[in-house]
Design a protein around this ligand. Sequence first.
Ligand SMILES: Cc1cc2nc3c(=O)[nH]c(=O)nc-3n(C[C@H](O)[C@H](O)[C@H](O)COP(=O)(O)OP(=O)(O)OC[C@H]3O[C@@H](n4cnc5c(N)ncnc54)[C@H](O)[C@@H]3O)c2cc1C
Length: 389
Amino acid sequence: MTMPDQREATEARLWPDPVDGEFLAGLRGVVAAHVAPDADRVDREDVYPVAAIKALAQAGYTSLTLPVEYGGQDAGFARCAAVFEEASYASAAVGISLITILQAQTIVRMFGSDSLRAAVLPQFREGLITSFALTEANHGSDIRSLDTKAARHGDQWVLTGRKSFITSGSAAEAYVILAETERGVSSFFVRRDMAGVSTEKGPNAATFGLRNGPHVDLVLQGVAIPLDHLIGMEGKGVRQAVTTLDFSRTVAAAISIGIARAAFDGALRFARDRIAFDRSVFELQGIQWYFAEMLTDIDAARLLTYQAAHALDRHDQIARFSSEAKLMASRVATETASRAVQICGAYGVMESAPFGRYLRDAKAYEIAGGSSEILKNTIAKRLRDLHPA
Ligand SMILES: Cc1cc2nc3c(=O)[nH]c(=O)nc-3n(C[C@H](O)[C@H](O)[C@H](O)COP(=O)(O)OP(=O)(O)OC[C@H]3O[C@@H](n4cnc5c(N)ncnc54)[C@H](O)[C@@H]3O)c2cc1C
């Protein structure tokens, strides 16, 4: 019989370290202490995992890619992806809580004025929780025109409108939002405690997967913000948001890899222990083929994800590789989670088992953060750019 410590060693050998072992050991310790124990409750009760996020922030994992001068570590994106993968192995809800932080941080880091960067970026090291609010009731994949408006009045911008379906919105202390101005769509940094900002839990706030608290509506009623809270140039918001999504799609892929690995390991443990027809389920060749296919798919998606992470560091075909990675990893996660349920039989379907959570989280990530169809459009557009007609 396989002992638990032997099992852990087997699982470690199954998944080669994508970054240095010392970094991973520290990370896994924090995840085991602060993320894993609460994962089922966060999903069941649909609450924001505040304690887990604050613990990860305190250990420096929410500000890894920021420059040192802003409290970051100037780390490469492979380490960043490893944080998302390991956290999501335990809880994809924590993964998407981390991603809305990375998105707000990335757009301010890349496009914000010096004064906005100096005011905002060091706060991430202290655990600032943020949301990235693009979607509106009438605008999802297409954000080129918006119903939320911003107008300049003297030395302020005044924002009015409603953003929908905002991940982490229930706990966010600040939001990056897109609004339409005279010169097109622009992006703004808005703090929760500014006058006129509120959140509402609409009828569509609860999702069946990626449950990190209600996906609230953000309501802006004549919110006056300083001029430097316009992020970068007026009218460039869509370009900035798309660039930011190109960055975050790679770590979104890492979230899906975390889900897929968790489903695979859970199914493998079950198949080794479960006896049917006088042998373990794992000894049945039909079941072994399932595992062989799953392992191949996860390995391939994982390689693509870390290739995309290195492409981020090199600024090389970012949109292409991040879209490919998310497209493939999200599909592999859904297929793996579904297969894991099948392998585990009735146990796979039980609410007390984690496989339903894996399946729900995996499927939701084929839509959130750029649907698979939109990703294919992006990849095809890059292909057309490389090979113009
Ligand atoms: C769990 C979850 C969390 C989310 N969190 C956030 C958040 O934090 N912030 C935020 O701003 N938004 C968030 N969203 C919203 C998300 O970004 C949108 O759902 C997504 O952009 C798709 O928009 P839509 O739902 O309006 O679908 P639509 O745009 O209405 O599309 C409907 C269908 O048509 C397809 N489609 C649309 N355009 C094309 C095209 N050109 N070619 C081919 N197919 C196309 C889509 O892929 C989809 O299958 C979240 C969504 C989910 C599910």
